[in-house]
Design a protein around this ligand. Structure first.
Ligand SMILES: Cc1ncc(COP(=O)(O)O)c(C=O)c1O
Length: 437
């Protein structure tokens, strides 16, 4: 069946969506008056307009037109705790009751700092920011100051924040901050080794996600991470793991499961208990750069770096809700769920990649092994069709086919989702049939 027929199906799905969501449509029209494209976070834009959600409870979110969905986006990993976790809620209320904007050190940040250092093997000391983007910016500044070198190796399809995005393997462009970036190929062991050796005298750091998050939930190979560890050590560059997304994939992130320990780690998302959050931390000798008792310290500013809600919510979240045992169980469950989805998809072009509670759908005639294969796939229409069909079935996933399971998602939700995916595949057999070898 041709791509033209598929795009007719997508257009039909959009037409139904428009008819069924008049209130979201009119709220979007109003938003367009005051914000470009009616939007203040690009990833939330949906063509023809995004749904406006007005309430969230547990695993469910309700839109302005009264439709209720099981939320499988989980705020792109930040929504791990769901929408109304009672323990987090009471922690936030108690911080609120103690008064905001104290403009001082508080006990909360030390508690959270201790919890973070206890959990992540590379983090001896930590500093907080308000976003993962800022955490990465600060980690890069630290690496350059510590090594007194200039270049940073990153990887195509890596995402490290709104001003640190590398959509392909070309020179960064657009709004990426102007560091001396070299862009490598993710999971390409030999080529990357040569880049590191070739830039030895100038390389300050390698910044890498141990699994590409926005890039399609594609895990780094162990061999790749191990090579990065060995080669950075040999040329005197720092290895920085961006675990903003992946830190939830075990009690201590992917650094714990792989046993490969970076010099610095950046964090974000759920660690603030659902509040705005970011962090960077690592070796004590590197973090000492920021010690204000030293005459030559590097300033690290930020009005809200230690604001009480994220510090308190984050601490309670890590120590009382997402305990090591819960983290392990949650990700075992995610692995089993992804395996079930791949079972349902057996014999079709649908594939689910990921680790633990994070996964992404791809439509590919063969198993997706590399980033190049995934991004070589030209037609994203099936993802659009899946997005609109899943909304009809009562599930909200990211439009790029990304799922981040919250702690509120139950086996019953998962069962129903597998059923809905099966129906999708049956309904659209002609588009998901595997090509003849
Ligand atoms: C791996 C990774 N790093 C950094 C960031 C940026 O975090 P924030 O959106 O909090 O700035 C993100 C956000 O999606 C991310 O996925």
């Amino acid at each position: 069946m041709s791509a033209a027929v598929l795009s007719v199906f997508v257009e039909q799905a959009k037409t139904k969506y428009i008819l069924e969501n008049p209130k979201s449509a009119s709220l979007y029209e109003k938003a367009c008056l005051y914000m470009p494209g009616g939007n203040t976070r690009s990833v939330l834009h949906v063509d023809p307009f995004p749904l406006t959600f007005v309430k969230g409870e547990g695993a469910n979110a309700t839109d302005a037109d009264g439709h209720s969905y099981v939320d499988l986006v989980g705020n792109y990993t930040a929504g791990l705790y769901g929408h109304s976790n009672p323990t987090i809620r009471s922690a936030l209320l108690s911080a609120l009751d103690a008064g905001l904007s104290l403009c001082s050190a508080t006990p909360y940040e030390t508690d959270l700092a201790q919890a973070v250092c206890d959990r992540f093997p590379s983090i001896e000391q930590v500093r907080f920011t308000n976003s993962g983007t800022e955490g990465n910016l600060m980690a890069l500044a630290a690496a350059k100051a510590f090594t007194k070198k200039e270049k940073i190796l990153v990887f195509g399809h890596g995402y490290h924040g709104g001003v640190l995005l590398f959509p392909d393997e070309k020179e960064p462009h657009g709004i990426t901050v102007p560091h001396g970036f070299v862009v490598g190929r993710y999971n390409d062991v030999e080529r990357t080794r040569q880049i590191i050796k070739g830039n030895a005298s100038q390389l300050a750091a390698v910044l890498v996600e141990p699994m590409l998050g926005s890039g399609g939930c594609l895990p780094a190979s162990r061999e790749f991470l191990q090579m990065l560890r060995t080669e950075t050590q040999s040329v005197g560059a720092l290895l920085i793991f961006d675990e903003v997304m992946t830190s939830r994939l075990s009690p201590g992130g992917l650094q714990l499961t792989t046993g490969i320990i970076p010099d610095l780690t950046t964090l974000g998302k759920y660690i603030g208990g659902g509040m705005p959050f970011g962090a960077f931390g690592g070796r004590r000798d590197i973090m000492a750069l920021f010690d204000p008792r030293s005459p030559s310290y590097i300033p690290h500013a930020g009005t809200f770096n230690n604001e009480s809600l994220s510090m308190k919510g984050g601490y309670v979240g890590l120590t009382e809700v997402y305990t090591p045992e819960v983290a392990t169980r949650h990700n075992e469950n995610g692995d089993a769920f992804r395996a079930r989805l791949n079972n349902v998809a057996e014999g079709t072009s649908m594939r689910w990649t990921g680790i633990g509670s994070l996964m992404n759908v791809h439509f590919s005639p063969k198993k997706c092994e590399t980033v190049q294969e995934i991004f070589g796939l030209k037609d994203q229409s099936l993802r659009s069709l899946l997005y609109f069909d899943m909304l009809k079935a009562g599930f909200h996933l990211a439009k790029r086919g990304f799922i981040a399971l919250s702690l509120e998602v139950t086996p019953e939700h998962e069962e129903r989702f597998c059923e809905a995916v099966k129906e999708f595949l049956d309904r659209h057999q002609e588009f998901v049939r595997l090509q003849e070898a």
